[in-house]
Each structure stands twice: as C-alpha cells, then as structure tokens.
Design a protein around this ligand. Structure first.
Ligand code: FAD
Length: 329
C-alpha cells in the first residue's frame, strides 16, 4: 500500500551556490525555484513577481519571461505591491497553455486563486512567511525626503543588503544608491522607513487569515530566524525556512533539492522565532504621516535614542556596528 505524504513539510535550507545566497534576502530559495521552473518549462514559461517602480517610490507585480525582468523580482521589498492587470494576464497565459509561476504575499496568492476560480495544472504558487507590508505612502515620502537631503535621485534600493565587509545577514541592512554616486547603508530598523515598516503595517495584516493555518500556496519561503550554528543548514549569510504545502510544492522541492543544503525543521519552531509586530503606535503614526509627513511622524513617535540612530551618517553607523560585532565574537 502506498503511504500518503503529509503536508506541510518544513525545512531549513540555503543555496549551495553562495553567490545566490549573497544576492537574496535569506537563503536564496526563490532564485533556485525560478531557475528550476525556467529549465523545466523552457520556451513555455512565465514568472509573476514584485519589482520596484522606476522611481523606487512603490512596488508592482509583473508577468514576464524576460530573464532581466525576472532578476528584478529578487530581494524582499517591504512595501505593498500594486497588482495592476497581472491576474488577468496570468489567466490569459494559462488559457494559452503557458506554465506560470506566481510569487507574492499569502493574501495575494489567495486573491489570484479567487480571481481564477478554477484550478490550472500549469499554475505554480509561492508565498512567504509574512508579517505584513508597508503602505506605499510611507515609501513615497521616504524617497522624496532622502532625495532632497542628498540632492540627488535614487537609482537603486535593496532592503536586504548583505554587506560583504560585515559578513552576516542579521541585522538586516538597507542600501540606497544615488545618481551622484552617494549611498546610504544602514541597519534597516535604524532608518525612518524601517521604523515605519515596524509601526505601520496595513490594518488587515494584523489579523491576516492567510499567514497561519492551512497554506494556500504550493510552496512557502521565509527567513529562518531561529537558526543556530549547531543546525545542519546554518549559513552566516542567510538561511531560508521553506514549507512544502502540496504535491506541486513537492515537485518544486524535488527539483531544487540537489542545489540546496537542507534539513528537516519544525513548523512551530520556525513560527515561534518569527513573531509579527504589535500595532501600539500605528494610529498616531498613520495620522501624522497622512497630514504632516513621514519625517514629522518619526519626530513625534520615536524615542530620543531611536531618532539619533536614524540621523547617524552611514560611516559612523558602520563603525559602531563593526565594534558591536567584534565584541560579540
Ligand atoms: C512584505 C514582505 C513581508 C515579509 N515578512 C516576512 C516575515 O515576517 N518573516 C519571514 O520569515 N519572511 C518574511 N518575508 C520573506 C523574506 O523577506 C524573504 O523573501 C524570504 O526569506 C525568501 O527569501 P529568498 O532568499 O528565498 O528570496 P528573495 O530573492 O528574497 O525572494 C524575493 C521574492 O519575494 C517577492 N516579493 C518581494 N517583494 C514583494 C512584495 N512587496 N510583495 C510581494 N512579493 C514580493 C518577489 O516576487 C520574489 O518572489 C517577507 C517578504 C515580504 C516581501
């Protein structure tokens, strides 16, 4: 008798190729899934995921088979993505017999499935462990404010920058590049946008039906925050948590497992080390942001210490961080 596989199955994992780990948010699992998908459905695939708007003030979803565009989907952008016409485009592609890989928040996967109304064998879905996303208004104001301060346009944003000199993925760093060659590299949660993300998730995110319980996507990725050096799948540059949620998820996992260092993990352990934010300041922060702007909201809601850390120039912040790390070693 055939034994039934029980889903979800949980793993800790990272890509064997360290270049992929370095250029991803955690362990680079998303990139491996995309590479597997492209190879498997060569000439007949499309990938949907989130990319920055040209001005970096927002994020939107695209559906494409262009490898350069797919590459832009990498790295978490902690801002709610505009879905534009992407659900409709996916439906058209599926009806034409294309194989589509959709990646997004759990609620976005649920939205897509509701929109489609029927199961398509050609559709594969990936979501992530999700604390929620930030309102685009805060990102818009942040970009405008730093462009004024630096007197230059933003040319790139990476909210999960792995600073090679620091050799670690936690704490999380943000890197912003400007047209005049200037850059900001700071601990994400010591910046105005990091604080806004912490304080101000979408109201619906605090009571999200899709993050816990029965999984809606085929495959889930996330940060393995509880990973310790004793674990087989520890990587100082990032470890992903991954959940195989159904048969298609199993197909994905079997397709990428030879490119992963991985080991089984406990779902409760992963979630217990991945707690959401509390919304104690949200209302006040949101009102000030809407009426007087992000800089004012930061001024009113943050402690003196938090404000000081936001104001530290990159160079000084880096020196302080390097000293802190040396002490920890
Ligand atoms: C808004 C948001 C909240 C998150 N919250 C958590 C959390 O609480 N705990 C946790 O463990 N992990 C969270 N993650 C996931 C985590 O940041 C990593 O994406 C995950 O560990 C996978 O990393 P990776 O190295 O495999 O791939 P990466 O290369 O980082 O994967 C990027 C993937 O994320 C998608 N994506 C990026 N930005 C967005 C966006 N704004 N909206 C929709 N899709 C997007 C891209 O389409 C792509 O598929 C969150 C991600 C986002 C975008």
């Amino acid at each position: 008798m055939k034994s039934e596989i029980k889903f979800p199955k949980a793993y800790g994992a990272y890509a064997k190729n360290n270049e992929i780990v370095l250029s991803s948010s955690s362990g680079g699992v998303f990139t491996l899934v995309v590479e597997w998908f492209i190879e498997k459905y060569n000439n007949n695939f499309m990938v949907a995921g989130a990319v920055w708007d040209d001005d970096f003030k927002g994020v939107h979803h695209i559906l494409t088979s262009d490898l350069n565009e797919i590459n832009k989907m990498k790295i978490s952008k902690y801002v709610q993505s505009k879905k534009m016409d992407v659900f409709k485009e996916i439906e058209v592609a599926l009806k034409k017999g294309k194989y589509v890989l959709f990646s997004g928040c759990p609620c976005e996967v649920a939205g897509l499935k509701l929109y489609l109304g029927v199961e398509y064998s050609g559709l594969y879905t990936i979501d992530f462990i999700c604390k929620g996303s930030l309102t685009p208004l805060a990102m818009e104001q942040y970009i405008e404010s730093i462009e004024v301060k630096k007197k230059s346009k933003v040319t790139a944003v990476n909210m999960r920058y792995k600073w090679p000199k620091l050799d670690t993925w936690i704490p999380q760093f943000i890197r912003i590049d400007f047209a005049n060659g200037d850059k900001i590299i700071k601990e994400f949660y010591n910046t105005e946008i990091g604080h806004a993300f912490r304080i101000m998730q979408r109201p619906s995110c605090y009571k999200c039906r899709f993050t816990c319980g029965k999984k809606i996507s085929d495959f889930t990725v996330g940060d393995f925050h509880g990973v310790s050096k004793k674990m087989l799948f520890y990587n100082k540059l990032g470890t992903s948590a991954l959940f195989v949620n159904d048969i298609k998820g199993q197909e994905i996992f079997d397709g990428i497992s030879s490119m992963l260092e991985y080991g089984e993990a406990d779902i409760d352990y992963i979630y217990n080390n991945n707690k959401g934010f509390k919304d104690t300041q949200r209302e006040v922060f949101t009102n000030i942001l809407a009426n007087q702007g992000l800089d004012f909201a930061i001024k009113e809601c943050l402690s003196k210490k938090e404000k000081l850390k936001c104001m530290l120039p990159t160079k000084i912040a880096r020196i302080i961080y390097s000293i802190k790390r040396r002490k920890l070693k």
